[in-house]
Every structure is written in C-alpha cells, then in structure tokens.
Design a protein around this ligand. Structure first.
Ligand code: PLP
Length: 381
C-alpha cells in the first residue's frame, strides 16, 4: 500500500479473470454473463467488465440502461450487454442505439420498447422475463401468455426480436429449498409455452451465482454470475470461497492515523460503548460509515493490524473508528486490513457479513465513493 494513501480498496483483476475461468468450467455448455451492476459490486464497472471478458465471459449484465451505456461508452462494443430494470419512459432509444439488449416484464414495457425501435427503424433485442416464484420482477405466470402474444405480434411487425426468455431464483443459496424445484418446473413450462406458440429465443437463462454453483439443472444456455466472479461465496452456509476455488478480488485497507496510550477506564468513541479495562494503546483508523464500514460493526468488526486479528473498539463513526491494540508496538502509518482474500490472516468480506448480520454482497457494494479503488493485474492490451 502506497505510503501516501489514507485508505483504499485494492482490486486484483487477476482474481476476477481466474474466477470467471473457473465459473466457465462449472457452467459446462452454458455461456457466462458477468454481472457488473452497482459499479461491479463496488469493484469498478469497467475494470470488472474487462477482466471478466478476459476470463471468458461472453455477456455482461447490468440493472440499468445508464450502466449499460457507461460500458459501451468506454469502448466495450462487441459483447452482448443485457439491462433489465426500467421505469416508464426509460431511455429505450439510447439503449437500442448502443446495441444493448433489454428486458420486458410486461406488455406496457414491450410496447414502449417496440415504439422506440419503430421510431429508429431498428429491431430491439428483448429478453422476456417470467416470474417463476421470486415474487419480484417479471410477468406473473398468469400474465405470461399475454406477454408472449404481444412479443409475437411485435416480432411480426418487425420491431422486436425475442432473443431470451429468463427468470430469477429466490432460494438457490439454500440447497434443497422446495422453491428451487418449483421454479425450475415453472420455468421449463414457461419456455415450452413460448416455443410452442412460435418464439425462438437464443438463450434461456435462470441461474445466478448460487444456481451456477449449487443447482446444475438451472444452467440452461446462459448463467448470470455476479458475486462469484468477485471471488465471494454465494452459498456460504455450504462452501466458503476457498472451498469453491474462488479468490476474493477486493482488499479494503487503511493506514493507522494516530496511536495513543490511555489508562484503564477510558471511554472510547461516541456513547462510550467501549471502556478500556487496563492501560492500553488505541489506534485510530481513518475509515467510517461514510466509506461503507457498517455502523453495526461497532464493537464487532474484525481487522488485521500488526499481524493480529482484532476487533473494533466502540462506535464506528462517519470517518473513523478505533481499535484497542493492547501493548503491541503499533505505529502511525501502519497498514490495517479490514478484509481481503483471507490468505494472510486478514478477515474476509464474509467474516464482516457474519459479524454485522448481513451478506457479503452488501459489504463490498456499500463501499463509499471516497474510498479510491486501486487495481492490480491489469492487462495492457
Ligand atoms: C444481481 C443479479 C444476478 C447476479 O446474482 P449473484 O447472486 O450475484 O450471482 C443475476 N440475475 C439478476 C436478475 C440479478 O439482479
């Protein structure tokens, strides 16, 4: 870590490449769509996308049209990009002009897409989404026939090509959960219906990272892998990322800003929720909840300083927190690792998730804009 840096998220692009290589193998004949929404789960949109493509992903997936356009703007012109979350009046025209595939969950969305395509004299590439039981986006099963019919009509009119039929799993991270088999059956039925009445989608896709790794029947033609490409386990109750052969790509670290000796009985940080029980040394770490360190990590968040795992002392503040380092000779400027791959004794994002009652997705995605991302393993092409 550079001596002038307060704090940074170091992202190892080699890890993303090799995770994707491994996931490609696990996907068998299915292609891999690397999900890079939410700034690549906090790892950087464009850098993550490029590394995933180098690792063998053939598609990119994002939530919003804005994210898709940002990818195209940086010169990612060839690979297919799917964007799936839209509101009425969405920037459909911009998406189509940039060659971005879009999703339709409903007949009104399909009508807006068809209209945008007609006004540009082009055909939109559309993925029809069916809600097979997640209870979130997608057409409910009872509305699926109407959506399929509207898509057939738009194909006949020349405004739309249905290139995908897809859905999303609710409980793929809980192996054996009865909803998984129910969703698989409902998805097969929805696909069969669409094909029976004349749609010919290139790709049928259902699996997220957990589906890819734990539910082989969910692979179909394409898997949408997010968390696992960043090296974190989507099924932590079943297998750790190391057990899955994945390498966490992000290390969050900072440099100690101040150390001081304090007596026993000293209250530490807001609310004095930690009180020293002996004379000791406190180390001040310049990262706080504005940087994405959860306030719920107060008194529980794990860190590595001076080769030892320790726990945050007291309340996490907006910009800083304190660690009681005992009598260890910790100096200002020394490196503090909040989480990383876990191979040098440091905690992992999964450890942070468990300490704070959340999932590793949230730990990496919530990192604030104030934390600079530094990259290693870049390929100069
Ligand atoms: C975020 C997302 C994914 C990726 O999920 P992971 O669990 O991170 O693999 C896949 N599909 C959809 C629709 C998503 O929103």
């Amino acid at each position: 870590m550079d001596a002038s840096v307060r704090a940074e998220a170091y992202v190892d692009l080699t890890a993303i490449r090799s995770n994707v290589e491994l996931l490609r193998e696990r996907a068998g004949d299915a292609e891999v769509m690397a999900i890079v929404k939410a700034d690549g789960y906090g790892h950087g949109l464009v850098q993550s996308a490029r590394a995933a493509l180098e690792g063998g992903a053939s598609w990119l997936g994002v939530s919003t049209v804005d994210e898709a356009l940002a990818l195209r703007d940086t010169g990612i012109t060839e690979p297919r990009i799917l964007s799936w979350l839209a509101v009425p009046g969405e920037r459909w025209g911009d998406a189509l002009a940039a060659g971005v595939d879009v999703a339709a969950y409903s007949t009104w969305q399909l009508a807006e897409i068809a209209e945008a395509a007609a006004s540009r004299a082009t055909r939109a590439r559309v993925h029809l989404k069916v809600d097979t039981g997640l209870g979130r986006g997608g057409a409910p099963l009872r509305e699926w026939p109407a959506l399929v019919d509207a898509a057939l009509a738009a194909e006949a009119e020349g405004t739309v090509t249905v290139v995908g039929v897809w859905s999303h799993l609710a409980c793929a991270d809980e192996p054996g959960h009865p909803s998984v088999a129910r969703q698989l059956a409902a998805f097969r039925e929805a696909v069969a219906f669409a094909e029976r009445v004349g749609l010919r989608p290139e790709v049928r896709h259902l699996a997220n990272s957990a589906g890819l790794l734990a539910v082989p029947d969910s692979h179909f033609d394409l898997v949408r892998a997010g968390l696992a490409i960043y090296g974190l386990s989507p099924i932590p109750s079943v297998a750790s990322s190391a057990e899955l052969g994945l390498t966490p790509a992000m290390t969050l670290r900072a440099r100690v800003a101040l150390v001081k000796r304090v007596p026993a009985g000293e209250g530490v940080s807001y609310g004095h929720r930690y009180v020293t029980d002996r004379e000791t040394t406190l180390a001040l770490v310049p990262l706080g909840y504005a940087d994405g360190v959860p306030r719920s990590a107060s008194n529980v968040g794990p860190v590595l300083i001076g080769g030892r795992r320790r726990t945050i002392a007291g309340t996490v503040c907006m910009d800083q927190f304190v660690v009681d380092v005992g009598d260890d000779p910790i100096a200002e400027g020394e490196e503090v690792v909040l989480f990383g791959p876990g191979t040098s004794g440091e905690p992992t994002a999964q450890d942070w998730a468990e300490a704070t009652g959340t999932i590793s997705y949230e730990i990496v995605t919530r990192l604030g804009a104030r934390v600079p991302r530094h990259y290693g393993g870049e390929r100069s092409s």
